[in-house]
Write a protein of this length. Structure first.
Length: 165
């Protein structure tokens, strides 16, 4: 047996053609897919479906990435704000030590240098405790208008104007 060209005919070694009725020694065959090694291909629909699925997944990943970048910027700003609050509180405490306490009043200002957009404010009020002032120190991040990300620290300090009776 041997295959000839593209006509798909099978020539048998039998010259008398006993196995084929009325067709001589050639028999017409139709191609049958081999079940051991099936021919596999990817259709355009399958490729488009895969691209749609990948793009939907990629959009989700990119949104999560953008959200994490935003959260990272906010947390960095908050860490800076807390550091500036500690620095300003150390300055206020040093001034209280030098002046022998704090009196009721308030003050505000801006940080300088690389922290130029950050603002601070403190307010000292006489409280229910004799001889003490309540000191409220607040630091505002740049562009903060509604007070949602400001950080405040409340402590008590000696009232330098208090006269013991």
């Amino acid at each position: 047996m041997a295959w000839k060209g593209t006509r798909m005919t099978l020539t048998t070694g039998n010259d008398q053609g006993s196995g084929v009725r009325g067709q001589g020694s050639e028999k017409k065959l139709y191609p049958v897919p081999c079940t051991l090694y099936p021919v596999r291909g990817v259709t355009l629909v399958e490729v488009l479906l895969a691209v749609v699925i990948l793009s939907v997944g990629l959009v989700g990943v990119l949104r999560a990435y953008a959200a994490s970048i935003g959260a990272l910027e906010i947390s960095r700003e908050m860490v800076t704000t807390v550091g500036l609050l500690k620095e300003k509180m150390a300055d206020v405490e040093q001034a209280m030590i030098e002046q022998g306490g704090v009196s009721a009043g308030s003050s505000s200002g801006q940080f300088e240098g690389e922290f130029e957009g950050y603002n601070w404010a403190w307010e000292a009020t006489t409280g229910a405790q004799d001889g003490l002032c309540e000191l409220d120190l607040t630091v505002f991040p740049p562009g903060e208008s509604d007070g949602s990300r400001q950080i405040s620290l409340v402590t008590y300090a000696q009232n330098r104007n208090y006269k013991q009776e």
